[in-house]
Write a protein of this length. Structure first.
Length: 323
């Protein structure tokens, strides 16, 4: 039995579930935000060494101890029942609900894709993954993580102003009723006039690396799927391909050298993951430079553009259930 933890409208999960059910797998898809209004979670200890963990949802009782694999895809947090939501203690109840649900998912003793929640959270921290990649022999861009304005300006001068900044961890900001996206961006001369603001929040600064193409490497278990993104043909994607311009940014299958492919698999394993979406730069002189890894990165856009069978590979990994 396979558990898929995600939210409503997740087309990536829907695609993989299609493969799983077509192959005869017993699949349970659950959105934790339904707990406790439309679902129940229970943990019982007998006192003699055994534990029973049960999910009641959709008219079904799922004994979580019988799972062979789970996919921690895009789950939402539990939501306090509407009857208590207006009250001041709703936040307390929300925290209690999350403590139960997180404890359950974190303790599942079976294959996790990409991993359990704490492992995913650790692997997603860019300074941590950069160090793991360096130790495996990946070339990194010259990089600085700092809150010191003078250190930042020294780095800027040392690289003649050809630097970019990116967030340390999150790229979504909300404040005063507005939402913002934070992507990799070049630092202009005007930006340096605000360097003193770095005292309040750390930033990653990297020397700009010239690109022939950008390479998205999706690792599923030990299977490697590489696609090249021709980001330099459009100004929209020159610094960050996530400003994707579908009419002008070709994406093709990439022939990744064996040594680089093996290093990508090793990085995913070293981070404790079974899945990872790795971003590399292929420089004009043929070097592969590591940028980052997303433990739960999207893949359907790569699959649609190239035909690489990533969904099927995830389904196969979950079906095998091998740790």
């Amino acid at each position: 039995m396979i558990l898929v933890l995600t939210c409503d409208g997740d087309d990536h999960a829907d695609r993989v579930v299609e493969f799983l059910t077509a192959g005869g797998a017993d699949v349970v898809v659950f959105d934790p935000s339904l707990y406790p209004t439309e679902a129940r979670l229970e943990i019982s200890h007998t006192g003699t060494g055994s534990t029973r963990r049960v999910l009641h949802a959709g008219g079904r009782q799922v004994v979580l101890d019988e799972l062979t694999a789970f996919w921690y895809r895009r789950p939402l947090n539990p939501v306090a029942h509407p009857e208590v939501a207006p009250y001041a203690y709703a936040d307390y109840i929300h925290d209690e609900l999350r403590a139960v649900s997180d404890s359950l998912w974190d303790s599942l003793d079976c294959l996790g894709v990409p991993a359990s929640r704490p492992v995913i959270d650790r692997a997603a921290r860019k300074p941590y993954q950069l160090e793991r990649a360096r130790l495996l022999g990946f070339e990194l861009p010259p990089t600085l993580v700092t809150t010191d304005p003078e250190t930042f300006l020294d780095f800027y001068d040392r690289h003649e102003g050809r630097v970019i900044t990116k967030p340390v961890h999150g790229n979504r900001l909300e404040g005063q009723g507005e939402r913002f996206g934070r992507f990799a961006a070049p630092v202009s001369t005007a930006d340096t006039g605000y360097a003193d603001a770095l005292r309040y929040c750390p930033v990653i600064v990297q020397a700009y690396v010239p690109k022939r193409v950008e390479v998205r490497v999706t690792v599923v278990g030990t299977a490697v799927f590489a696609a090249e993104i021709h980001s330099q043909v459009s100004n929209h994607t020159k610094y960050d391909w996530r400003h994707y311009d579908p009419g002008a940014t070709p994406i093709r299958v990439h022939d990744l050298p064996g040594e680089v492919s093996q290093r990508c698999v090793a990085l995913v394993g070293r981070l404790g993951l079974t899945y990872g979406a790795i971003d590399l730069i292929l420089t004009p002189d043929g070097r592969y430079v590591f940028l980052e890894i997303n433990p739960n990165g999207q893949f359907l856009w790569i699959e649609a553009a190239t035909g690489l069978p990533i969904s099927a590979a995830i389904g196969d990994l979950l079906t095998r259930g091998e740790k």
